[in-house]
Design a protein around this ligand. Structure first.
Ligand code: PLP
Length: 436
């Protein structure tokens, strides 16, 4: 049954659409930092990064990119005369340029993808402008079907959200409450514990292991009758992974009454062999929910689109609390087109890997340690309190992650473009000079 059909069945009231905006989680957010790039290569990367950025949003022939499609997904189908008015003639979407935050700061604070959405996503959005007057039902259905095909599940096993943040909120509401605690790592992405707490649930924080994995055996025993165990893999803010055998062991032991949510927001960046996505394990585990997002590798953080994959019953429990039609038609169009642009994923992953390695080489040179990063951000071991360094960087127009109380001497920085990371390195050298 279609997604729309499900909503209709659960809420058989025509036209009663809610427009609730989901609560926006504060964003926090890598990769394996084995240094090794020469300064010359770093400078070359700088050029590559700028070239890549200047290509973002320019009107490029979509056909070459669309040729690099993921085979399991059918082509995106933009507006047709049958589905709505002809798209208006639009000038090119302006290029993103070198990404800057408020007041022109170099923004390395939110683990965004500085290369932005796929050119195919820009094209699809331009074509979808003409559909802005309509509810997006069939486009949501189409994306759910594409995702179902991609993951080898039924469309009823997919729930879309306005970012995966919406799904995390729904999971806290659906699975936790008084007497049904939420268990999460410390530190981790705080959306689930925060929403669970507001929902009247006790929250239990279990420190990461000494090597920055989730301590899953301890998390399993940390509360009586937990409603939800949240596993962020790779973990934000540490950018470290929890190995596949640990996650499988947890799923093998956890009581069926306890839901396990594995947050795979940074899945696409991971290149370590002992990591795996648990989407294929959904078939065997009715209590497993996996979340993904279009905000990270697909560069669509501002568009707001994420999703969950789980068995039908678990999706139905989440859907009970969901707003109708929370994902807008432009985000849906962009997401569908992005799924076909394998080249964009590969390019983002490669640029992230290269710039991260260049940053690691700079940190090695400066004598700072860092956690092995599997994502598009990394944690630098400052050996001194982070708060003054964050402040000193801000004074130099560079925004980095906030302080995480469990790691008060580590600084989280997003892997931006080569140019942004050069700016960061210059400011960082000044910010830490004479400290510690
Ligand atoms: N999960 C993790 C681990 C994150 O770091 C983030 C955002 O930074 C999110 C989920 C939420 O992402 P979004 O709502 O943009 O999908």
């Amino acid at each position: 049954m279609s997604q729309t059909g499900q909503v209709a069945r659960l809420f058989p009231i025509d036209g009663g659409r809610a427009g609730d905006e989901p609560t926006r989680a504060s964003r926090e957010g890598g990769e394996p930092g084995r240094g090794g790039l020469s300064r010359r290569r770093f400078a070359q990367l700088f050029g590559a990064g700028v070239a890549a950025v200047s290509g973002v949003g320019s009107v490029r022939a979509a056909s070459a990119l669309q040729a690099a499609t993921a085979p399991a997904v059918s082509p995106a189908s933009p507006a047709s005369p049958a589905t709505g008015p002809r798209p208006v003639a639009l000038r090119a979407v302006p290029a993103a340029g070198v990404p800057r935050g408020a007041r022109g700061a170099v923004r390395l604070s939110s683990n965004e993808n500085p290369y932005g959405p796929s050119p195919a996503a820009f094209d699809a959005m331009r074509e979808a402008f003409g559909l802005a007057w309509r509810y997006p039902d069939e486009h949501a259905e189409a994306l759910a079907q594409d995702l179902a095909r991609l993951h080898g599940v039924d469309p009823e096993q997919v729930l879309l959200g306005a970012g995966s943040s919406e799904i995390l909120n729904l999971a806290a509401v659906a699975f936790t409450g008084p007497g049904r605690p939420a268990v999460a790592a410390e530190p981790t992405f705080e959306s689930v514990p925060r929403h669970a707490q507001r929902h009247g649930a006790e929250t239990v924080a279990v420190p990461l292991t000494a090597d920055f994995r989730h301590d899953l055996p301890r998390m399993l025993g940390a509360a009586a009758d937990p409603g939800l165990i949240y596993v962020c893999n790779p973990n934000n803010p540490t950018a470290t992974i929890t190995p596949k055998q640990d996650v499988r062991a947890l799923l093998g032991k956890v009581p069926e009454r306890t839901m396990v949510l594995v947050d795979e927001a940074y899945f696409h960046f991971v290149e370590q062999a002992d990591y795996e996505s648990v989407v294929p394990l959904v078939a065997a585990h009715p209590n497993l929910v996996v979340t993904r997002t279009f905000s990270k590798i697909y560069g669509m953080a501002g568009l707001r689109c994420g999703y969950a994959v789980a068995q039908r019953a678990a999706i139905a429990r989440l859907r009970e609390h969901a707003a109708y039609d929370s994902v807008n038609v432009l985000a849906l169009a962009a997401a569908r087109a992005s799924l076909h642009d394998a080249e964009q994923v590969e390019r983002s992953r490669r640029l992230n890997r290269e710039v991260r390695a260049a940053l690691c080489a700079e940190l090695d040179r400066l004598g700072f340690g860092y956690l092995p990063s599997a994502a598009n951000f990394m944690m630098i071991d400052l050996r001194q309190p982070v708060a003054p360094v964050i402040q000193a960087l801000r004074q130099r127009n560079v925004e980095v992650g906030r302080e995480f109380p469990a790691l008060p001497r580590h600084l989280r920085v997003t892997i931006g473009t080569a140019e942004q990371i050069q700016a960061f390195v210059a400011a960082f050298g000044q910010a830490v000079a004479g400290r510690g």
